[in-house]
Design a protein around this ligand. Structure first.
Ligand code: AMP
Ligand code: MG
Length: 287
């Protein structure tokens, strides 16, 4: 099987998002069923990978029972509006056990959060040992929206790339596996999805008039993304750019990346801390 990580990872050097086609589908196997029915193919794959995720997740959760330093996983999702973060959260969590999972969405910081360092609220939201966490937006907003809207002076946001790298390296050293994904959509696809939100009464709640102001700054955001991806894609915590104009591709790609992360951890059920045979005899003799 192709290693999707190799195909999607941001390598050393500068990322040129303009070179990555948001409608492309890297790593999809070449076969009749994919070509003829890509959505059905993806749905079936996502469901079967979901079962694998749940199995890994149970072992990860179990491994934390006697080990406070047990491994933990964090999927970080970043995207422009309508990039598909919510849909991706559903696809990844669909087959998983809610007890071993946390999903946290980050909006504008509250007054309390603003009174602390930008990583304060992030640290508090990290998954515990044995857990799989998902961040819907993240500390990267502090070098994206904060930069584009000049929420802080340049010297402040410019220093954050190094702070983020140091923070992530420290977390990885203490057992966190980071899967950082940018869902890459085209402005044309965003327009379609925004229109869809406006035209569908069941989706209007997702629309925010401010989305159009953000859309008007597309170029500035792409530049801010390119810098964040280039500066913060490290050996211990690489960034992946997932072309996301096709939802079926996006879902398959992201669940596959999460599966690869769990496969690499290869969590194991802990060995019992008691004498199984003795306990068995005790139970049977007790009548
Ligand atoms: P949504 O994801 O559509 O619910 O929107 C969340 C909003 O919160 C987006 O407009 C983000 O730009 C904004 N947001 C998230 N994190 C930050 C941050 N650290 N500083 C300022 N705005 C943020
Ligand atoms: Mg929004």
């Amino acid at each position: 099987m192709t290693d999707l990580r190799k195909l999607l990872a941001v390598g050393p050097g500068t990322v040129d998002l303009g070179e990555i086609d948001p409608a492309s589908t890297p790593g999809v196997p070449d076969g009749r069923s994919v070509r003829r029915h890509p959505k059905r193919w993806s749905r079936d794959k996502v469901a079967s990978i979901g079962e694998e995720l749940a199995a890994y997740q149970e072992r990860l959760f179990a491994s934390a029972k006697h080990d406070a330093q047990a491994p933990r996983v964090l999927l970080v999702l970043q995207a422009m509006d309508c990039g598909g973060k919510d849909g991706t959260v559903s696809a990844v969590t669909g087959g998983m056990n809610a007890a071993g999972m946390t999903v946290v969405s980050f909006g504008p910081p509250t007054e309390e959060e603003r009174s602390h360092d930008f990583l304060w609220r992030i640290r508090r939201a990290l998954p515990a040992g044995g857990q799989v966490g998902i961040f819907n937006r993240s500390h990267y907003e502090d070098v994206l929206v904060a930069r584009v809207h000049q929420l802080v002076p340049e010297e402040v946001w410019a220093a954050r790339y190094d702070e983020i790298n140091a923070f992530e390296a420290e977390q990885v050293a203490s057992g966190l596996t980071l899967v950082k994904v940018m869902l890459h959509i085209s402005p044309g696809e965003q327009k379609k999805r925004l229109l869809d939100r406006l035209d569908d009464p069941t989706k209007q709640w997702k629309y925010n008039p401010g989305d159009l102001d953000e859309r008007a700054r597309w170029g500035e955001y792409q530049q801010a993304y390119a810098d964040a991806l280039s500066r913060c894609s490290t050996d211990v915590a690489p960034w992946y750019v997932v072309p996301a104009d096709h939802k079926w591709y996006r879902n398959w790609a992201v669940v596959s990346l999460v599966r690869q992360a769990l496969a690499e951890i290869d969590p194991q059920f802990p060995s019992p801390s008691f004498d199984v045979a003795a306990e068995r005899a005790r139970l049977l003799n007790a009548g």
